[in-house]
Design a protein around this ligand. Structure first.
Ligand code: PAF
Length: 311
């Protein structure tokens, strides 16, 4: 959207420490200071407001929107953070090239009645002599953790800092990042955060491709071909519904469907316990997470499905 249209949608209001934008409908403040965010959240809690918090790294899409809409339904106040967290990137070049456009993110959020955007600079989160990191052992090293060492330490650390700043009643996360969900749930449980983690279903393109900021990096051919990921998961689900229980067989089914697409290069296929990500040999009575990572060119995509519990 052009700068001019943006100006039409927002009227600026001067504020000494933070930028605020006034839409025709409501006020959405963009907060950049950690202290301002913390004291405001404290004030809102004292007023008995229910706080909903949606952590993001920006580049907002409909996947984020489903979290925000759920927060809006459940809470008095909705806070969305937009912070590209350096601690969760393995490669500095990835961090540097990660898309950042706060103006367009704010514009995107404007119609959805978000109360506050918390968009701190890295120095607000990680002070000069910052040395304290939070590690959720074991779960963090599996699946995504194997190819992205330190990634979940970065996630757990920033979520801890953000939760400590805002102390939300509810924190919203997407099922697409199933391992992140497992890590955050464990973090909240172990460190006794007074925040309930709400997980929202994966939002998909019409082709079945799970929404992700990375999809924009796919060329048209790969984007069409990547629909095979969802197809492979649904084929596995149908096999389980027909009575297949063996993990090896189910993973083989997924592999064959993925191989039917010549541009897909499978990174992993895993059938695991959704809470601790331990591999499972059979479909049992509880929920089972079938997770995959697949490359198309240089772009690595993840997706998953929770297979039905046995009736
Ligand atoms: O899922 C994300 O966008 C990030 O990992 C999160 C939770 C905002 C932490 O930086």
């Amino acid at each position: 959207m052009s700068h001019t249209v943006f100006r039409k949608m927002f009227r600026s209001r001067n504020c000494p420490t933070d930028r605020s934008v006034l839409t025709d409908i409501y006020l959405m403040e963009i907060i950049s200071r950690q202290q301002r965010m913390a004291s405001l959240a404290k004030k809102l809690r004292r007023e008995n407001k229910v706080l909903g918090f949606v952590p993001t790294m920006g580049s907002l899409h409909e996947g984020h929107l489903s979290l925000i809409q759920k927060a809006r339904q459940m809470c008095d106040v909705v806070i969305v953070s937009v912070f590209v967290n350096p601690a969760q990137f393995n490669e500095n070049s990835d961090f540097e090239s990660y898309p950042r456009d706060l103006t367009s993110d704010a514009e995107y959020l404007a119609p959805y009645d978000v109360d506050y955007i918390y968009a701190p600079e890295a120095s607000e989160i990680y002070g000069e002599d910052f040395t304290t990191f939070v590690t959720v052992d074991d779960i963090s090293e599996k699946l995504e953790g194997a190819s992205r060492p330190g990634h979940f330490r970065g996630v757990a650390t920033v979520v801890t800092i953000l939760f400590n700043t805002i102390r939300p009643d509810f924190g919203y996360f997407g099922q697409k990042d199933a391992q992140q969900v497992a890590v955050v749930k464990r973090l909240v449980r172990d460190l006794k955060f007074d925040t309930e983690v709400i997980v929202m279903p994966i939002v998909r393109e019409e082709s079945g491709l799970a929404l992700s900021s990375r999809n924009s990096l796919l060329n048209d051919e790969d984007r069409a071909a990547a629909a095979v990921i969802r197809k492979s998961l649904l084929t596995a689900e149908r096999a389980v519904e027909k009575g297949e229980e063996d993990a090896g067989t189910i993973m083989q089914i997924v592999s064959e469907v993925l191989e039917s697409e010549s541009s897909a290069r499978t990174d992993y296929i895993a059938l695991v316990d959704p809470d601790n990500l331990d591999p499972l040999e059979r479909i049992g009575d509880g929920p089972v997470l079938l997770a995959v990572a697949v490359r198309f060119g240089d772009v690595r995509l993840i997706d998953n499905i929770v297979l039905q519990e046995k009736q």
